[in-house]
Design a protein around this ligand. Structure first.
Ligand SMILES: [Fe+2]
Length: 206
């Protein structure tokens, strides 16, 4: 059964986190106290069960696993949260042409590394929320105007990043995961919605 209360609570808490965000520029904001305890507890409980982790499309060579959908679970509830947040995200960036695209729970295992990259142009907005890890260096390093900005991995913090244009996508990277697991949530919004074409389709990038 879907818990409407947890959907409403989580949506409201993320909205407050966006209101209080640390705006680095018009594309990148850092956020904290993003999820309510009830949501984190439910994610923790889910992680204690036997999950059917899958490889992430386009990242099959990386030591990353994901869960995207489990019906009647916190994953379904968080998909609802992504939908509910769409208007807030539109207002946040003063744009109108996006739809909720996807939500994935990521588990980055020992040795996982993601060198400097720009996100797939299909993604207009990405929000990554840090859940569990005990290593602050395993956050994300962004390069803005030739300067590095490291966002440390602290539980219940994260960032939201707008593509703005294909040319203005902010490069970022993740250091090698030294030990244990790095668990994050990744929400995306795209003008293509859930039917986003893949990275091999040039029309997707216009
Ligand atoms: Fe990225």
């Amino acid at each position: 059964m879907i818990d409407q209360k947890i959907i409403a609570n989580t949506t409201a808490t993320i909205k407050i986190a966006l209101e209080n965000a640390d705006k680095i520029n018009d594309q990148l904001s850092l956020i904290k106290d993003v999820l309510p305890e009830s949501c984190i507890d439910k994610l923790n409980a889910l992680l204690e069960t036997n999950l059917d982790w899958k490889k992430v499309p386009f990242q099959e060579n990386l030591n990353r696993q994901m869960i995207d959908w489990i019906p009647e679970s916190i994953m379904e509830e968080l998909h609802n949260v992504g939908d509910e947040l769409t208007d807030t995200v539109k207002k946040y960036y003063s744009i109108d042409n996006i739809k909720f695209q996807a939500l994935q729970l990521w588990k980055d295992n020992q040795g996982y590394i993601l060198n400097s990259h720009q996100d797939n142009p299909v993604i207009d907005i990405a929000m990554q929320l840090y859940l569990f890890s005990n290593n602050e260096s395993e956050g994300t390093t962004f390069v803005i105007d030739n300067k590095e900005l490291h966002l440390p991995f602290k539980p219940n913090t994260g960032y939201i990043l707008w593509k703005k244009s294909n040319e203005e996508r902010i490069p970022h990277r993740t250091t090698s995961i030294s030990s244990g697991e790095r668990i994050t949530l990744y929400f995306t919004w795209s003008r293509f919605g859930k039917q986003a074409p893949d990275a091999d389709d040039p029309a997707a990038f216009l």
